[in-house]
Design a protein around this ligand. Sequence first.
Ligand code: ADP
Length: 331
Amino acid sequence: MEISIAAVCGLCLLFCVGGFLASYIYFRRKIVDFTDEVCESAQEILRQSQGLRKGSRETALQESQGYARRRQLKNQDTLTSKAVMELDKLERILSRQAAQNQSEKEEVQKVVSEISHQLKTPVSNIRMYQDMLDDEEVTEEEKKRFEKIIRQQLDKLEFLVESLIHSSRLEQEMIHLTLVEKPIFQTLAKAVGGIVAAAEKKKIELRVDCPKSLQVVHDVKWTAEAVENILDNAVKYTQEKGEVSLLVKEGEMYTKIQIEDTGKGIAPEHYNDIFKRFYREKTSGQEEGLGLGLYLARRIISLQGGYIMVESKLGKGSRFEILLPNKREER
Ligand code: ADP
């Protein structure tokens, strides 16, 4: 039997086209199945995270079914199982972020209510004493006393508003360090300058002992900010006629800046807490503050490769030690 070349070519072509079509249909089906399964899993994850927020029983049942289905899929060694695993990872990251956002939101709410509370007291005091001043029967002596109280309350208000502006600026301004080798004495003089008036007002004895020539690689502006925060606390939490000292010692690997006071002290169980953002001890209620000073101080020092340590005795005083490495690289 004679088979012409044209017929053979035709058959081959038909075979190729048929094969191509069959593979096309097969792979298309696979891709469609894959896409369907991935989409279904994504929808389940979405339903689950919405359900978690709503917390209904019906959604809880759907969630557990979804979990079971996804677990089944993940156990198979297919492309779908890999995609589902990645989606699951994404879902875990997103829910962790959502939880974090929620706790930050709660923290901000707590701070806002704390600040509003702190602002409310001087405002209502000013109003009350102003009303009393307007009373025609008030004596000259009383007038003077009320005016003095109003001035004190205005100072309190001013302090709170300034602290708020200052700390929000610090928070917004990302801490960019410029490390330079400079005498640490100058930086500390800047920090001390910020608290001298407050110390004098409370008749607190202030002692500074720092070698003038000691060169330390550090960021001048931010280190002064950190030290001032700690000095400010030392003055704030020390009673009248107490003592605050600032001592600098050069070690082999670190330069130590020690700030000591004879104030109210900190309970050992709160050594860690005091460095947390917005943390304030209950006993600090009567002193103005936002609970940001030590948080920022620790951030500034650790960005320079250093540490802050605290040791204290309740009712006797506290000692903060800043350790700045003598050799370090810019971070
Ligand atoms: P703030 O002083 O604004 O409350 P900080 O972050 O500076 O915030 O300090 C956090 C808390 O640590 C203070 O509320 C206070 O209870 C405690 N604290 C800090 N320094 C001292 C200190 N020298 N003596 C006693 N308590 C302190």
